[in-house]
Design a protein around this ligand. Structure first.
Ligand SMILES: NC(=O)c1ccc[n+]([C@@H]2O[C@H](COP(=O)([O-])OP(=O)(O)OC[C@H]3O[C@@H](n4cnc5c(N)ncnc54)[C@H](O)[C@@H]3O)[C@@H](O)[C@H]2O)c1
Length: 473
């Protein structure tokens, strides 16, 4: 396939920007040098007409949102050309919603480019050319399967968080991350805090020592039940595997449970503020309510309350509280404490602006020495993460968030495993552990046995802290 020069691949409006033009000249020169040196040319530019094509794999809530973000990027023409899901109604619903959205003119998915089933991801990616982008927004169990194929095809990737739930798939994903870098593929991971402009400025200030040595971090996500975290008994009709995929927050193999799926953002951005990953964790957790309001037993694998104490190599601690209980105090925010002051990292929710720095250890307005100010068009980190990825694709900048995404997923799983087993667990123990939750995720058919099967009482194996110590279930 013919690869146009970086400049030819960009629309005129981008070329009109002086700073961009300077960069492009450098990029063009670098590409020429690489070619002369016999270095493999990067898969940078997608189509001869400079349009980047996108395939959406996993057409649920987030996948549809990510598609809108992808089609709204600042840099150059983009179109959605293929969609894949295991449920036809999810794909149809997503397609209809996209066709009603503000980006409808860029949704060019013909009926024969809508693919259903466990092989649909291949068919959708087969519609792309090297340099285009595949979006992965299925439950995490399929990340490595889909990533492997994208790398084989030379595709750039945007994959939703979390990206792994156990040690073996983390090791596999780390290897794939290296392969993607070796092929110069651009990979974004949906940990959007990292693209929150206020948090970026805060991280810089913290690393410059503005609040001194960080010795304590704390984060909370506590609210009522959300998503599919609590599940009543399967009615036995159809496929048990498909029932579990529909209710993926309930099953550790599919999502890492509510802990991994809901809590990763705050855990990730607090570690970013600290500038390192924790080395170990010990934790509490349990389940208060075992039935729904009508008295039907819940059969999922989650606890409803978690409290994790993470330890960093320098002895600093990070506390994370997670709860899905109605009527208990809701707290959903994060903080970093240092020897010279403290910071509000996320004021509300997973990464809500503004971030701020305060003298002393309380987040009072009177103590405030800095507050983030973010321009209106950069306030949405979901938009920023796509502009950043597309900028890297169009201008051939190094960009691969996969390793960091695996590390954040591992650290999150570390807290979950510590709570579920009642043991202190180290990062290395988890990374090197052998319990893989869904080793056959690349071979599933709708009739495959589910990775966990219902017992005679309709229940699934659950964590039992202090009794099941080596594995979570
Ligand atoms: N970054 C964020 O803030 C954010 C927010 C929400 C969800 N997410 C992440 O996005 C992912 C999806 O979450 P969601 O809330 O959109 O769930 P969802 O159930 O709405 O969507 C998931 C979709 O994937 C489909 N699917 C499942 N297995 C598939 C397979 N093997 N091949 C193709 N399609 C498959 C499902 O049928 C469904 O349509 C999760 O990993 C979640 O953690 C991220």
């Amino acid at each position: 396939m013919h690869h146009p020069s970086p400049e030819a691949a960009l629309p005129q409006s981008d070329l009109a920007q002086t700073s961009r033009r300077g960069f492009l000249k450098q990029a063009g020169a670098a590409t020429a040098v690489s070619a002369l040196a016999g270095v493999k040319l990067p898969y940078v530019h997608a189509a001869d007409d400079s349009t980047v094509s996108v395939a959406l794999i996993g057409c649920g809530g987030r996948g549809s949102g990510a598609a809108v973000n992808a089609l709204s990027v600042k840099q150059g023409p983009v179109r959605l050309v293929a969609m894949a899901d295991v449920f036809e109604n999810r794909l149809d619903g997503s397609y209809q919603a996209l066709k009603r959205s503000g980006v409808s003119s860029k949704v060019e998915v013909a009926d024969d480019k809508k693919f259903i089933g466990f092989e649909a991801y291949k068919q959708a990616m087969d519609c792309l050319r090297p340099g285009d982008v595949a979006v992965f927004a299925t439950p995490l169990a399929f990340r490595w399967v889909h990533f492997q194929y994208a790398i084989q095809k030379g595709l750039n990737v945007f994959m939703e968080k979390p990206v792994t739930a156990d040690g073996p798939s983390s090791r596999r994903m780390l290897k794939l991350a290296e392969e993607a870098t070796a092929k110069n593929l651009k990979v974004g991971v949906g940990l959007m805090s990292r693209h929150n402009r206020g948090m970026q400025e805060l991280a810089k200030r913290i690393q410059d020592g503005e609040i001194g040595d960080i010795n304590f971090l704390r984060g909370y996500r506590m609210h009522g039940p959300v998503g599919s975290a609590f599940t009543t008994k399967w009615d036995g009709k159809g496929s048990e595997l498909m029932y579990q995929i529909r209710r993926f927050h309930s099953f550790l193999w599919a999502s890492g449970g509510c802990f991994s799926d809901f809590y990763i953002h705050i855990i990730d951005h607090l570690c970013w503020m600290k500038g390192s990953w924790p080395v170990k964790a010990q934790a509490l957790g349990g389940r208060h309510y075992k039935t729904d309001a009508d008295g039907n037993p819940y059969v999922d694998q989650n606890f409803d309350s978690y409290s994790v104490e993470y330890t960093f190599a320098d002895g600093a601690k990070m506390l994370f509280g997670g709860r899905c209980v109605d009527g208990a105090v809701p707290i959903y925010s994060s903080y970093a404490h240092g020897s010279k002051g403290m910071a509000v990292v996320s004021k509300a929710n997973d990464c809500g602006l503004p971030s701020s720095i305060h003298k002393g250890q309380t987040p009072d307005r009177g103590n405030r020495s800095w507050v983030s100010e973010v321009p209106g068009d950069e306030q949405d980190p979901y938009t920023n993460e796509w502009n950043d990825l597309m900028d890297a694709i169009r201008n051939d900048k190094p960009y691969n968030e996969a390793k960091r995404g695996v590390e954040a997923s591992l650290v999150t799983s570390l807290g979950r495993m510590a709570a579920h087993t009642g043991q202190e667990v180290t990062y290395d123990e988890l990374l090197n552990s052998t319990h893989e939750f869904a080793p056959d995720a690349d071979k599933f058919t709708p009739d495959s046995p589910a990775p966990v099967t219902m017992g005679a009482d309709g229940r699934y194996p659950i964590p039992e802290p202090g009794r099941k110590k080596e594995r979570e279930y």
